[in-house]
Design a protein around this ligand. Structure first.
Ligand SMILES: O=C(O)CCC(=O)C(=O)O
Ligand SMILES: [Fe+2]
Length: 347
């Protein structure tokens, strides 16, 4: 039923057919939920196949993402990321430094030494009256309008929101609690869709600077992240580019190679905390991809969907993750406040 997508240095990341949870018999459903929970408890990462988000929706999103980043630099800067509270808009290369450091000064020093070679744009829940999304202008002519950038992203956001609901249900089934236990935390969809573009880069940049990465080592903040790696469109010649690495229990970074038509799902810090550390939030990064021909690495695109418990919800240990109050490792915390605090240190 299930196989390992990655198996190295004590890191085993399972490849799980999610259609067996969505459409399988009660037994297949339970087995799949168990495998998912097990993956989150050991590696903190899983690969899912058999997804309700099919290749077409995926390709549309990647094509629209590439078009977004083709806008002139000045246009993108005019749609710039503003505040941790809003967490929406464009970040130019070097703007964000993903790291596990929480001290703002240390992050600033690191950013100056080896800026991440990426640009990104964040799209939050549409319709939040306090924090409207920052859409590129679609008036007049132009590629973004033809592609229907906004409608494509809203559609993808919705599909990912639903997948978040379903993966959290699988975790609930795995934990043996009410299957709908998390629904009251996932229904708002306070999630962030992030489009990422790692521009093409001469290989000697990595030779000249041994610390150079495309995205620095970090863990994610929220509940889970749905990560879609390289589409064919994003990598010329149909080559799946790669570069994502996940830290093993022994501290070694292991390649999490892209697998066609799968989505990588990893647990974030807030889910680790919420589960009283039963679930792991594992450090990962993006490095120089495996070498192809020529002096330049092609551009890489990825799409990360950062899922969070509803911002207004209070997060204290999930039932079934502790025996008595004495076992609780963390105090309760408000979801939105926790995330804003974490974001404030990376930008
Ligand atoms: O681009 C990738 O494959 C990973 C991106 C990532 O880890 C993040 O944005 O948090
Ligand atoms: Fe990440």
């Amino acid at each position: 039923m299930e196989s390992a997508a990655v198996k190295s240095e004590g890191l085993v990341i399972p490849l799980i057919d999610f259609s067996r949870f969505l459409h399988g018999s009660p037994q297949q459903r339970q087995e799949t939920a168990d495998a998912i929970l097990q993956g989150f408890q050991t590696a903190g990462f899983i690969y899912l196949k058999g997804l309700p988000i099919g290749p077409e929706a995926r390709q549309r999103a990647f094509a629209a993402s590439a078009a977004y980043f083709r806008q002139p630099a000045a246009a993108k800067l005019a749609q710039g990321w503003t505040t941790p509270e809003a967490n929406r808009g464009y970040s130019a290369p070097g703007r964000e430094k993903t790291t596990s450091l929480t001290d703002a000064e240390a992050v600033a020093r690191l950013r100056a030494a080896a800026p991440d070679l990426k640009e990104s744009v964040e799209i939050g829940r549409e319709g939040d009256p306090d924090h409207p999304n920052i859409w590129p202008p679609e008036d007049g002519e132009g590629e973004l309008r033809e592609i229907g950038f906004k409608s494509t992203m809203l559609d993808f956001h919705d599909r990912c929101k639903q997948l978040h609901v379903e993966v959290m249900r699988a975790i609930a089934v795995g934990l043996g609690i009410d299957e709908q236990w998390f629904d009251a935390y996932t229904d708002e969809g306070d999630n962030t869709l992030r489009l990422l573009h790692y521009p093409e880069v001469p290989k000697d940049v990595f030779q000249a600077n041994p610390g150079q990465v495309r995205a620095g080592a970090h863990s994610d903040f929220g509940s889970i992240t749905l990560l879609f790696q390289d589409s064919r469109q994003g990598s010329p010649g149909g080559l799946l580019l790669g570069g994502l690495q996940v830290q093993s229990p022994t501290g070694v970074f292991v390649d999490a190679t892209p697998i066609e038509d799968t989505c990588v799902v990893n647990a974030g810090d807030l889910l680790a905390r919420w589960s009283n550390d039963r679930i792991k939030s594992t450090i990962h990064r993006v490095v120089e991809p495996p070498a192809g021909d020529g002096p330049v690495h092609p551009a890489r695109y990825s799409i990360a969907y950062f899922c969070n418990p509803n911002f207004k919800s209070y997060i204290k240990a999930i039932p079934g993750t502790y025996e008595t109050e004495k076992d609780l490792k963390y105090q309760g915390i408000n979801s939105g406040e926790y995330l804003v605090q974490r974001l404030a240190t990376t930008y």
